[in-house]
Design a protein around this ligand. Sequence first.
Ligand SMILES: [Zn+2]
Length: 617
Amino acid sequence: MASSVQTPLSSLNRRLRNICEREGMDYGEDVLDEDELVRRFRVATQMTAKTIRGVMSEIKRAKTVDLCFLIDGTSSMRPHIEGVRDSVAKIVNTMVRSRAAPTGIEQLRLAVVVYRDFDNPTPMEVCQFTESPDKCVDFCKNAKAISGAKHDPPEDVFGGLEQASKLQWSKDAGTRIVFHMGDSPCHGNRYHSASMRDSYPNGDPRGRTSQDLFKRFKELGIDYYFGKISRHTDQMIDEFCKDYGRFITTFSVEDVSKIAGSVISSISTSVEENVEKSKLGISRQAKLRDYRLDGGTPAWDSLPVLQGTYLVYELPDTVEDVVDDKPLVEKQISNVRVKIAPNPFAEGSERIAYFGQDLFVGYGDHRARSATRRGGRAVSAPRRTVVVAEPTPAATPTDIVLKEYKYLGKKQNTLERYKTACEAQTVAFYLADQFNSLTGPLGEPPIKFLKTKALLLTSSKGLRIMSCERKFFGDVKFVKFSNNCAYSMQSAAREVSTSGVDPRIVGTVMAFSHWTFQRTDGFLMVVDLQGCICEDGTITTSLQKSNDAKAAAVKKTKTKKVLMTDPAIHCLDVTRYAPLNLGRSGMQAFFNGHQCGQLCRRLGLEEVTQPSEKKYM
Ligand SMILES: [Zn+2]
């Protein structure tokens, strides 16, 4: 194992080089001259600030929504047309940015397309996009649910899809949604059971195909959701999935009172996905790796042993060291032996995750820590004893989770990107420890970050880089408490209402972000908080090992802990923690959506309406 102390100069050069290369510029040799380094730092800061402005405006676009209700308008659908009429106000009030929902979407326009069948005297009725919920409601009041003469079950669904694609979608709407409800399939035996009577068993009499219609949807960036009323549409949706090229989220709306909630959920999902893509600078057309998800247990015995190298960072000594840009000590551990599942078991907005096994133990990262009290405040004073040891084969492999970026492209998969993510998580880990030493005595559940490493695997196919963490233990639920720019409280509130997450824990997590801001004097804050709430006895062994005394003490008094992963850090020095660092804009977005709770007040955190305007360098 080799430890390398990055000097402030080499660390800064590395960061600036990365920014330059991301912008397609050549950095050349490391710069040693201080004036030149300051000049380059300014240039890199300006370039990054410009990128952040672009990201913020993309986020705003993602929060501008056009939503089209596509409804079968034949006689059996009367309750659902009325259901849409009655849901519009609730949808608008819940979603649109207001005093009640401060982090909601910026603008929501609604359209309605009612389709019937070829033989119907009124085959189609359209309400163009409007910002006025009343116009929508009036349209639904006047739309009749009427059937035609021929009485075969299939309807002209293709006509409806085509009409939806021809609406005047706003170029400012970064999120576009079609929410389709119908109880009958489209024409063509491909889409329904052969026993169903169909005047056009060979498909659309006008020659339109679902391939072409969904291709058009994809070109327009439309997310398609389906509200299911009867099983007669199941085969149609299966076929649509193939043409759409992705899974179609289906809601059961047989009970019309479910319409509003289903539409709200669709909007939230699409907006959050688009916000995530915006902040990562991923274009809607970005190319994904070729993978399929497989949640099963891998056949470990048949998988090859891979040899690689871990990169890990040591914790900083003080918060001031973090603020002062003292580089973290980087350790390289070679001769690592792992196995990796062939397919990922889960995906997030930027990465896919694989099960893995680490076959060795003894990476020598045991350190003793002790908490002392100074001036009445609990201060965690790290006393390090770093045991250096070569890894040796383990009796039983350790379960690990390996993640890699899911979009292809050179900029998406650089070692620098994995290193930066590791550094951010190491800093978050340290800050959470500091936070826990203050909140533990108040009876709050501790917040822990998983330790993360970068794993470098060299093979004949080239270098593969992944990040590596211990696997969450037991049957735990993954919760996204906040992201780095929008929806923090809203997502949290939704989690509280829909999945029974203890609101007190949400309060603790939000207070942690706020505390990191105040503790660093407004220099940085840890956001994008996501992870698992663990009951007693389900924390991973690594935590128990590294902190035996504390874990035992915690066990007596606490029932819950929060284990987090993949944080982002907003920092006034925008050359750090790229690409998720949105600087002051990100901090502002957090405070726009944050209302201080009880814990914030007990910790003496000051309410922030506007993060400081002070310039960094
Ligand atoms: Zn607060």
